[in-house]
Design a protein around this ligand. Structure first.
Ligand SMILES: Cc1cc2nc3c(=O)[nH]c(=O)nc-3n(C[C@H](O)[C@H](O)[C@H](O)COP(=O)(O)OP(=O)(O)OC[C@H]3O[C@@H](n4cnc5c(N)ncnc54)[C@H](O)[C@@H]3O)c2cc1C
Length: 489
């Protein structure tokens, strides 16, 4: 069963949704959701399951943007590294948020196991690999994850990683046996099917052009109809636009591009034996094997939208850089989508004012996090569950408008450049250590033959006492554009 050529505009049962319903008549609902991506559809499904009348208004079609073009890797956690999460809100709240993110992942698994998700190709395990030789960091991270955050993880030594991924680019790895992957495109359409079955009404080709959130019954305006609802949930990600432009401006749009290769035959299995998803710790590469012998790979990012086909060559070159033994790889299909990146790296989940909700800013990790957000918001509206308040420390911060995009692109390129430099340095050190070990063995053998004692040498790989270890450079802290010098320049 092919898991990659599902059209983003087709339902899982093969019906063509171009006959989807537009909102062409005025309507009343308990909840109006703006946007039919992962975020909006999960709120709709959960609220409908809890008995609310729900209308979803989608400007294009279900899964039109990132949600219909993702790689389907479902992991616990957030875009913000765990250490930074603890530093920001403390261990106890960080544990609680992490646990919610795990429940989000399990929610996706439960949905994907429903019969309305045929051929979703659930496969197990994800591996996060390090671009640098970071054994000590890895051990402390493993301890945090398994002891403090009750997450099943295994630490893989360099040899184990390189046994499964034949490249000298990656060093240690953190293996998540409970992470999994689905066919991302099928998942979003399956979610829409589930929401409809639960009673939610989804209107496509229906952009929301304005909202009036004041009053108990809020008003929503589309080109050909009006809607009134007690709650509005804004799930439009970076494309929300006119209804609340200031909210859109708290997100830095990042377009991420992906491709799938033509079949690579035996050489792929000889190069990669790991069957789950692989991501690197710098968030640059993300790949896995699909359809037995094809490689699905996401890598380049821009802060402006471009035709994904333009990046086919760049992805092929990236694959060749990491796995040169694969030789020239042919790209069969490319695609891309825009994710909304917040300044603090955590999603935007909560109530902006009475009855006006936001679920957005899921960045590169949107499957488990949007699932978690959908449950939190639906339960708060219908049951009064207030756990979304755990996200209150991550307030809305202006992402810098057009100037912020340029700065974001520069920082992104800079981070990639730093990561490449750190990786090259780590590989250079590894080779130097190997050369030293060979030279040492030769010296010992020569001494043995000559009947002399070996010279003592400082242990390899450690800087002499007093000299600081080289540190990986970090990007400058983002300037708060509201309080700082306006455009961040
Ligand atoms: C290449 C790529 C690979 C990825 N891989 C993974 C992965 O493996 N795992 C993972 O967890 N995440 C992954 N992600 C991230 C994930 O796809 C996103 O975080 C997630 O899809 C965001 O969902 P969303 O519903 O917030 O936004 P969107 O998918 O952007 O949906 C928002 C919807 O709202 C609609 N809309 C906006 N404004 C309006 C309006 N005014 N009126 C009506 N409708 C409106 C839009 O048309 C759109 O359909 C990936 C992303 C990309 C691009």
């Amino acid at each position: 069963m092919s898991e990659i050529f599902t059209s983003a505009s087709k339902e899982p049962d093969g019906t063509d949704p171009s006959g989807h319903q537009r909102l062409s008549f005025d309507l009343d609902a308990d909840i109006c959701v703006v946007g039919a991506g992962l975020a909006g559809l999960t709120v709709a499904l959960e609220a409908a399951r809890l008995g609310a009348s729900v209308a979803v208004l989608e400007g294009r079609h279900v899964g039109w943007n990132a949600s219909g073009h993702q790689l389907g890797t479902v992991m616990p956690g957030f875009g913000l590294p765990i250490g930074e999460l603890i530093a920001r809100i403390g261990l106890e709240d960080a544990r609680e948020l992490w646990s919610l993110s795990r429940q989000g992942a399990e929610y996706v698994r439960t949905n994907a196991s429903e019969p309305s998700f045929p051929g979703i190709a659930l496969s197990e395990g994800a591996l996060e690999v390090s671009n640098v030789d970071a054994g000590e960091t890895l051990i402390s991270r493993l301890q945090t994850l398994s002891e403090d955050f009750e997450t099943e993880v295994e630490g893989w030594q360099v040899d184990r990683v390189r046994d499964e991924l034949k490249t000298d680019r990656y060093f240690h790895g953190v293996y998540y046996p409970k992470a999994f992957q689905v066919d991302g495109r099928k998942y979003v359409h399956g979610l829409a099917a589930l929401a409809r079955r639960a009673g939610a009404r989804i209107f496509e080709d229906t952009p929301v052009v304005s909202i009036d959130p004041s009053g108990i019954r809020k008003r929503i305006v589309t080109p050909s109809a009006r809607l009134r609802a007690s709650h509005i949930v804004l799930a439009g990600n970076i494309h929300l636009g006119a209804p609340l432009r200031r909210l859109s401006e708290t997100l830095l749009p990042v377009w991420r591009y992906a491709a799938v290769t033509a079949p690579l035959g035996e050489r792929l299995a000889e190069t990669i034996s790991f069957r789950g998803s692989v991501t690197d710790s710098d968030g640059i590469d993300h790949f896995r094997i699909v359809d037995g012998d094809r490689l699905m790979w996401a890598s380049p990012e821009t802060t402006w939208g471009a035709r994904p086909q333009r990046f086919a060559g760049a992805i092929a070159r990236r694959i060749r850089t990491i796995f040169p033994q694969l030789g020239k790889v042919e790209i069969a299909e490319t695609w891309g989508g825009a994710v909304g990146q917040t300044v603090h790296g955590m999603p935007q989940i909560g109530q902006l004012r009475k009855g006006l909700w936001v679920t957005s800013g899921f960045g590169r990790q949107g499957l488990n996090t949007s699932a978690m957000a959908g449950q939190l918001i639906a339960r708060s509206i219908l049951w009064g569950d207030e756990r979304w308040r755990l996200f209150s420390p991550f307030e809305l911060v202006w992402a810098g408008g057009a100037t912020g995009r340029v700065a974001g692109q520069v920082i992104g390129l800079w981070e990639r450049g730093s990561s490449a430099a750190a990786g090259a340095l780590a590989r250079h050190r590894e080779k130097a250590r190997l050369r030293e070990r060979i030279a040492e063995a030769r010296r010992i053998e020569a001494n043995r033959l000559a009947g002399t004692r070996p010279q003592s040498r400082p242990p390899s790989g450690r800087p002499p006492p007093g000299r600081p270890r080289p540190q990986r450079p970090r990007p400058a802290a983002p300037v708060d554009p509201v309080e700082g010098d306006g455009d961040g320049t």
